[in-house]
Design a protein around this ligand. Structure first.
Ligand code: 13P
Ligand code: SF4
Length: 334
């Protein structure tokens, strides 16, 4: 069996191509060449490793990435992010080849809401509009009326007539934050993100005391007792923008640590401190996001594997909730 055939066989087990790479290759140069050769666009989320962010054609938050996936004229979309993001890209551009360097780059939030269980939950509230955070599976999107991201969630909730009930899934923390912001009574699914639930309020308080000039900012996927301490709460792109515009020169940041790379790039003279988590390894990396590496990216572009393959009915039914989100976002100028 050839090396490639053997590596393809491991895809199911490992989720990525495992082929030896010539150590003398300059992977960054090779990836840039492959992009041109294949008319491919490399999309990366702010939580990716800095070396991947630096070679991406577009870096963004979940809304920006889906807008880019919908509008690109590239033939191939290579997604340096997690599975639900690549699925969203495929649903928006089904005629294009969408690649994800590692199929096991999942999401704890998406996993916390299995579609069959959610279907039963939804049946208990038949008149409610379903809003799902885009961090969910494609199957969940088929049970959703409107998707949202943390950038547009408030607009999406406010777009629903006041006399209609709303189910919000899967993130209970973002849902609780939206209840406070909009005054709407949302029926919440009990899911959460493993990265944003590990911050320690006690350690953050101590850090704030040691850095009295620093502003504490947080992503709305954090728990409410953490958000209560924040001077500013927003999506990844919103947090980056805030650090550029604020007069403060020091920030304690409660979200995945990959974001610090872009913050530092945009404000080289400012100081960014990752908020401490409640664990001993002191790490707030997303293990799913960090499954992508330059090596996997190179192999995935060279062999055009692993590819995102989805059933037609899932694409056709699920994409409606994403299209609706993009329409409302456009109307709101987002
Ligand atoms: P945003 O970049 O849209 O804020 O999403 C954060 C996130 O958790 C992505 O997985
Ligand atoms: Fe999912 Fe949380 Fe990782 Fe984002 S940071 S991909 S929500 S597990």
């Amino acid at each position: 069996m050839s090396q490639i055939a053997a590596a393809k066989e491991t895809l199911n087990r490992k989720g990525y191509l495992d082929i030896e790479i010539d150590p003398s290759l300059d992977l960054i140069e090779e990836i840039q060449k492959l992009k041109k050769e294949k008319n491919a666009i490399l999309l990366a989320h702010y939580y990716q490793d800095s070396e991947i962010q630096d070679i991406a054609d577009y870096i963004g938050d979940s809304l920006g990435l889906s807008q880019k996936a919908a509008s690109t004229d590239a033939d191939m979309i290579v997604f340096a992010g997690v599975h639900f993001m690549a699925e969203t890209a495929k649903m928006l551009s089904p005629q294009k080849k969408v690649l994800l360097p590692d199929l096991k780059a999942g999401c704890s939030l998406a996993d916390s809401c299995p579609a069959p269980l959610f279907k039963k939950f939804k049946e208990k509230h038949p008149d409610h509009v379903v809003i799902s955070y885009i961090n969910c599976t494609a199957e969940l999107k088929t049970l959703t009326d409107i998707c949202c991201t943390s950038t547009n969630a408030e607009h999406i909730v406010n777009s629903v007539p006041k006399d209609r009930g709303i189910i919000f899934a899967p993130d209970r923390n973002l849902g609780a934050y939206l209840q406070k912001k909009t005054g709407r009574d949302l029926v919440l699914w009990n899911g959460a993100c493993m990265v944003h639930e590990i911050f320690s309020a006690e350690k953050i308080t101590k850090l704030m005391m040691r850095h009295p000039e620093a502003e504490f900012i947080a992503h709305p996927e954090c728990e409410s007792h953490i958000l209560d301490k924040a001077v500013f709460i927003a999506s990844t792109s919103g947090l980056i923008r805030y650090t550029v515009e604020s007069d403060a020169t020091e920030f304690i940041v409660a979200t995945e640590s990959g974001i610090l790379h872009e913050m530092q790039k945009q404000s080289p003279h400012k100081t960014f401190i990752p908020a401490p988590p409640n664990n001993t390894c002191a790490c707030n990396d997303c293990p799913h996001m960090k499954r992508n590496t330059l090596e996997k990216l190179y192999l995935c572009m060279k062999y055009e594997l692993p590819e995102i393959i989805m059933e037609d009915w899932v694409i056709e039914k699920g994409v409606k909730s994403i299209d609706r989100m993009l329409e409302i976002s456009k109307q709101a100028g987002l």
